[in-house]
Ligand binder design. Structure first.
Ligand code: ATP
Length: 247
């Protein structure tokens, strides 16, 4: 079953054509890694999926709902599609536990005891059960990002979008965050779309790797074809060569 479908999607910022004729289907449970040079439209693409950016032309179906239709309830989309940002965006004046419990309480009207139990289970899953009563500023960047992931999971979404989740972190914190993401990816029911340059993550858990440049998808391969064969697109090959040399 498909979770996300782009059909001939175009997106403009004023005169700038940011997404060009995007056609892409992501099935439920897939883990897809999106790579490409700076400014190629990766963030724009994933931000259209939960309506943070609107599309101008084409069709975008998320969890069976058409996002181009102005009547589509974006709150329902965002309940089902979580997002983890480069800069964690935790609520600075709330404890870690409250950060996780807030949206399920307000949006899902979740029972307080069940909400707390899930929040504590998720804190345990991301290895931070002992930090529940701390404030975000007391945690390292890597810990804050793991909390941001737990907070997204607390909404029990069908899909999670990650926009360069490790690129603001000190190198020694990256693996802890990637390990949490790998754990989620191995849970086959979750659909994941991840913008990242972490090729180790892609090699280990991605089903597919997509290469974008100039607002277009130039390559969409299985992990095996992308890494062990060769991308057929010349720019994808060059890009892959560069990031593997530098990582
Ligand atoms: N709100 C905006 N208004 C105008 N132009 C924008 C806006 N957001 C992005 N752009 C432009 O659209 C293009 C694609 O940007 P986007 O952030 O999607 O690329 P990216 O591949 O995610 O890049 P990076 O890896 O640097 O984050 C860039 O040229 C950017 O300057």
């Amino acid at each position: 079953m498909s979770m996300i479908e782009f059909h001939d999607v175009q997106k403009y910022y004023g005169d700038y054509h940011a997404l060009r004729n995007i056609n892409l289907t992501i099935d439920a449970g897939e883990t897809v890694v999106l790579i490409g040079p700076s400014g190629s439209g990766k963030s724009t693409l994933i931000r259209t999926i939960n309506g943070l950016e609107r599309i101008e032309e084409g069709q975008l179906i998320v969890n069976g709902q058409d996002l181009a239709n102005k009547k589509t309830d974006m709150n329902r989309i965002r309940k089902n599609v979580g997002m983890v940002f480069q800069h964690f965006n935790l609520y600075a004046n709330k404890t870690i536990l409250e950060n996780i419990m807030l949206a399920p309480r307000i949006v899902l009207k979740k029972d307080e005891a069940a909400n707390k139990k899930l929040a504590m289970d998720l804190l345990d899953r991301v290895g931070l059960a002992d930090q529940a009563s701390k404030m975000p500023a007391q945690l390292s960047g890597g810990q804050q990002q793991r909390i941001a992931i737990a907070r997204s999971l607390a909404m029990e979404p069908k899909a999670l979008l990650f926009d360069e989740p490790t690129s603001a972190l000190d190198p020694e914190m990256i693996d802890d965050v990637l390990n949490v993401m790998k754990d989620i990816a191995r849970d086959s029911s979750m659909t994941m779309l991840v913008v990242t340059h972490e090729m180790g993550f892609a090699r280990e858990v991605a089903n597919r790797v997509i290469f974008m440049a100039d607002g277009q998808i130039l390559e969409d391969d299985s992990k095996e074809t992308f890494f062990d064969g060769q991308p057929s697109n010349e720019r994808a090959r060059q890009f892959l060569g560069k990031i593997i040399t530098h990582s």
